[in-house]
Design a protein around this ligand. Structure first.
Ligand code: IPM
Ligand code: MG
Length: 378
């Protein structure tokens, strides 16, 4: 019997190519796993009206961790039009399966390391080493929204003094999304960031919010953060507003290390951080809670590159590295990281985004060989 059971979710489009490359790397470092394929993606929306079928949700309960490739998503009308004819008109609504997995399994940490590998021609600057901790279950992603705004919701809003400016707007002409921050949600993501900083030797954690305007939700997040920070006297807490942080990250990205923030701010900021180190081809994420964890490259399914064996698999390989680390396979994780670092540094293989023409599969093979070579040395 294998040591681990891994949920295998290539999903759509180039998700299949990059997962194949990651698999080669996992095999090269001797990772002993049984891979259990789990259905997810656009095909299942079209055929079954559910991009995350119930059998996949059950399957995720039985694996140690999962690797997830990419998902296609389309605007509301297109999504409806592509549904199988017998499913039309039943009121089915497409919902992002990755967001659902995060909420269903309470994967409250979205950990996104962004490191400038030496020799990467796409680095904005050398020496960047950032890790974004994005709260992953609440905030603007809570899914608590209304349109039109009627009934008790309307009445509740009207009882708020600041709503008077909108009181005359017709129900169908107003939409409301809520931003829900809980003390528990804020505390646990900040704690995860501080623990990571301590464990990995980062001297500080930057807490990013907007409490000067979002006084209640931003205020609660900051209050919770300060309380958690007091438990880590060895790690300094910096705090910055989201807008300023975007600016500082472009100006002085080397000054920062671990960053923690709420869901939507983390979504935006982590794309910014990814671009500082080469873009989405280098951006991996771990969705982590107390149970199963799901690792993914943060890029999408890139429909225009499907079937071309073209995209950069490094993000997915780095997601596999995070999975190894999470499972406690530290030597294998280090070997994968070293393999990636070596291939980028030597510069013989460059995918199209890096200005070269190395196919996805060849990049995977090159990293796999380098990782296998590094395994003995780590
Ligand atoms: C990400 C993505 C997702 C998000 C999308 C695909 C729903 O942008 O993982 O950052 O918004 O969280
Ligand atoms: Mg995003």
């Amino acid at each position: 019997m294998s040591k681990y059971t891994i949920g295998w979710m290539p999903g759509d489009g180039v998700g299949v190519d990059v997962m194949q490359a990651a698999r080669e790397v996992l095999d090269a470092v001797g990772f002993e796993a049984e891979y259990r394929p789990l259905d997810i993606g656009w095909e299942f929306w079209r055929r079954e009206g559910d991009a995350l079928p119930e059998r996949t949700v059950q399957g995720l309960k039985e694996v140690d961790a999962a690797l997830f490739g990419a998902i296609t998503s389309k605007p509301k009308d297109e999504a409806q039009a592509e549904l199988a004819p017998e499913l039309q008109g039943q009121g089915l609504v497409y919902r992002s399966p990755i967001v659902r997995m995060r909420q269903l399994f309470d994967l409250y940490q979205n950990v996104r390391p962004c490191k400038a590998f030496e020799g990467n021609p796409l680095n904005f600057r050398d020496g960047i080493d950032l890790v974004v901790f994005r709260e992953n279950t609440e905030g603007m992603y809570g899914g608590v929204e209304w349109h039109p705004v009627t009934g008790p919701i309307r009445e509740a809003l009207e009882s708020h003094p600041n709503f008077s400016r909108f009181a005359d707007v017709a129900p169908e002409d107003i939409a409301v999304s809520t931003r829900i921050i809980t003390r528990k949600g804020a505390e646990r993501i900040v704690r995860a960031a501080f623990e990571y900083a301590r464990e990995h030797g980062y001297p500080n954690v930057t807490v990013v919010e907007k409490p000067n305007v979002l006084r209640e939700t931003g205020g609660l997040f900051m209050e919770a953060a300060r309380k958690v920070a007091a438990d880590f006297p060895d790690v300094e807490m910096w705090d910055t507003n989201i807008d300023a942080m975007a600016m500082w990250l472009v100006k002085n990205p080397e000054d920062y290390g671990v960053i923690v923030t709420s869901n939507l701010f983390g979504d935006v900021l982590s794309d910014l951080c990814a671009q500082l180190v080469g873009g989405l081809g280098f951006a991996a994420a771990g969705n982590v809670g107390e149970g199963v964890a799901v690792f993914e490259p943060t890029h999408g399914s890139a429909p225009k590159y499907v079937g071309q064996d073209k995209v950069n698999p490094i993000a997915c390989i780095l997601a596999a590295r995070m999975m190894l680390d999470h499972l406690g396979e530290k030597d294998a994780a280090r070997a994968v990281e070293e393999g990636v670092a070596r291939v980028i540094r030597e510069g013989r293989y460059r995918t199209y985004d890096m200005g070269g023409s190395t196919p996805c599969s060849e990049m995977g093979r090159a990293v796999a060989e380098a990782a296998a070579g590094a395994l003995g040395a780590v």
